[in-house]
Write a protein that binds this ligand. Structure first.
Ligand SMILES: Cc1ncc(C[n+]2csc(CCOP(=O)(O)OP(=O)(O)O)c2C)c(N)n1
Ligand SMILES: [Mg+2]
Length: 600
């Protein structure tokens, strides 16, 4: 570990002579950076060398993709920048998937990419590739240091824009530009509040809401990013409106609140879907209304097509992009909620007349969904029933229910991409914001472990838990090394079903159970964990799940990382992309035997 006896975080002021490395590091200090994830490399060693003196902890990781996911998780829990850095060329190209994920999670991650030297660029030397085009579609801003004297200016801009636009930015630095003498001033951070939005639009939205007989709030990630939970609660209570959460943002509204109805989207809450389908006005608060998050689910095509939609988003490009809207507001979710409450406070609200009736409906739908979840102990499609028959292992749904019951109140949970992780959407409830870190709409396997490691660095006192399928675990378990080496204790729950289950489900449903590339031979993941220096526990009985999670979370207080390998059957829940798959209908004779008839 680095020497963390950091000196006071003062920043040099005025126009001063310094090296470009010092300008970079001082600007980071000025932007509040205390942690940087990455893998060491000669390209930026001159700057790295002074991180400890600047009070910046460098956290070396196992793979650069992990560094970006860690920076992502870190920024999502802290509301501060996540920062990562790597060697030019291969270190930087290893960042790509992580940056794309951070882009769709709207995480303010600054990706520092030292580049091959400006004096040899284009000659095809060692570790050379054009680094700006690679990230051009997955960053909000790309700063290229084209002259070493501009190091502080461009660094500051990357940090400012990551916050202003809520997404990753790239700081590209030719490696020879770290050296030499420059004279420069360290810029002060620029933070600009967005405010509630256009007054006229807010008036129109208030008018619609005041007349709504069945208003529903759809609470999006913007509420978390804008720290607007309290304001969202106040508005919901004023309107007596049920609050659904947008896909994979299960922490935007407290689950213990009577108006909470749960998440929409894949494997979401039926109560939320049934209630929003009744809405005459939907207030989409801090959500881009992503297309995947409002697809039909559980056989319910729930999006209320005739309702008036009010959408609040901080990015004007998201307004009306996916769903038709009646009113669009470019604003901060918290401020907009406050402004709407203010406008509605002394008005006669149509929703008040039906408040009791709606309260009963909310309770009835929530009770029915809980009851259904309690009795939905296993999947009931033919293939699942057959494969789980006689298996000594646990049903995934029952196992997820046990985890839910044992989850510490203030836990942070990251989820990966896979069938069981997706099913967990129904069982993840939170009462505090900044608690759920899913792989969001980029949907990459291998996200959850590094993301929760970053979250733990930002919030060391909160229990950190990653849910990961065994396939995705194979991609990412090397970061257990980071936990052990760097004393970052987390808990990983690995769903051991010996398959890339989510993709196998497509072969079950669409390809006549012709399995190709989906079966896995695994070691004991508990044993692997132990050999990496962590604790490893294998759980194959339902009764042991809760205790294992509690113990592992407790062990975090003693600095211990635990991998809990839960042995589950191969049954599979509903698929991700039923919307996008078709039955094979081949034309060439040699492939015709693979045709599958669509069920009547
Ligand atoms: C990086 C990446 N590669 C491939 C995929 C396609 N994919 C989606 S889900 C999935 C299977 C996940 O399997 P596992 O992690 O074991 O979870 P399970 O579905 O078995 O619960 C795959 C391969 C992806 N989403 N991301
Ligand atoms: Mg699996």
């Amino acid at each position: 570990m680095n020497d963390m006896t950091a000196k006071p975080r003062d920043v040099v002021r005025g126009k001063v002579k310094m090296t470009p490395s010092e300008a970079l590091v001082e600007t980071m200090v000025s932007q509040g950076v205390t942690d940087v994830f990455g893998i060491v490399g000669s390209a930026y060693m001159d700057a790295l060398d002074i991180f400890p003196a600047a009070g910046i902890r460098f956290i070396p990781v196992a793979h650069e993709q992990g560094a970006v996911h860690m920076a992502d998780g870190y920024s999502r829990v802290s509301g501060r920048h996540g920062v990562c850095i790597a060697q030019n060329g291969p270190g930087v190209t290893n960042f790509v998937t992580g940056v794309a994920a951070a882009y769709w999670a709207h995480s303010p991650v600054v990706v520092i990419t030292p580049e091959t030297g400006s004096n040899t660029l284009g000659l095809g030397g060692f570790q050379e590739t054009e680094q700006l085009p690679i990230f051009s579609k997955i960053t909000k801003y790309q700063g290229h240091v084209n002259n070493k004297s501009r190091m502080a200016e461009i660094t500051a801009r990357c940090f400012d824009r990551a916050m202003l636009e809520m997404g990753p930015t790239q700081l590209n630095i030719p490696r020879d530009f770290f050296y030499g003498d420059i004279e420069c001033e360290i810029p002060q951070p620029i933070r600009i509040g967005r405010g509630a939005g256009d007054e006229g639009a807010l008036d129109r939205a208030a008018e619609l809401l005041s007349k709504a007989r069945f208003p529903v709030i759809l609470a999006g990630g913007g509420i978390i990013m804008g720290e607007g939970t309290r304001e969202a609660i106040a508005l919901a209570e004023l309107l007596h409106a049920p609050v659904a959460e947008s896909y994979l943002h299960n922490d935007t509204f407290p689950a213990s609140h009577p108006l909470w109805v749960g998440p929409l989207g894949y494997q979401g809450s039926k109560a939320a879907m049934k209630l929003i389908s009744k809405a005459d006005v939907v207030l989409a608060l801090g959500t881009r209304l992503g297309p995947f998050g409002t697809l039909p689910q559980h056989g319910l095509d729930y999006w209320p097509k005739n309702a008036k939609i009010i959408q609040v988003d901080s990015d004007h490009r998201m307004l009306g992009l996916v769903k038709q809207i009646s009113v669009g507001i470019v604003g901060d979710a918290k401020e907009a909620a406050k402004a709407l409450s203010y406008r509605l406070a002394n008005r006669k609200l149509a929703a008040s007349a039906t408040a009791d009736e709606r309260k009963k409906k909310i309770k009835a739908e929530k009770d029915a969904w809980e009851k259904e979840l309690d009795s939905w102990t296993h999947e009931t499609d033919g293939w699942s029933l057959e494969i789980a028959k006689g298996s000594p292992y646990m049903h995934p749904r029952q196992m997820l229910r046990e985890l839910e019951k044992a989850m510490p109140e203030n836990a942070m949970v990251s989820t990966d991409i896979g069938n069981i992780c997706s099913v967990s959407n129904s069982y993840l409830r939170f009462n505090q914001p900044n608690s759920m870190f899913a792989a969001m709409s980029f949907g990459n396997c291998g996200y959850a472990l590094p993301a929760v490691i970053g979250a733990k660095v930002a919030a060391p006192d909160r229990p950190a838990v990653a849910y990961v399928g065994d396939g995705a675990w194979g991609m990412s378990f090397a970061e257990i090394l980071t936990c052990v080496r760097e004393d970052i204790p987390v808990t990983a729950v690995v769903f051991h079903n010996k398959q890339w289950g989510a993709e196998k489900k497509n072969q079950v449903d669409f390809y006549d159970t012709r399995f190709l590339g989906v079966n896995l031979k695994n070691p004991s993941w508990a044993e692997v964990a132990r050999s990496l220096g962590a604790e490893g526990k294998t759980v194959d009985k339902l009764g042991d799940v809760g205790e294992a999670l509690e113990k592992a979370c407790d062990a975090q207080k003693k600095g211990k990382t635990t991998v809990i390998e839960v042995m589950v059957t191969q049954e599979l829940g509903d698929p991700f992309r039923r919307d996008a798959l078709k039955y094979p209908n081949r034309v060439l004779d040699k492939y015709k035997h693979t045709n599958v008839k669509a069920p009547a």
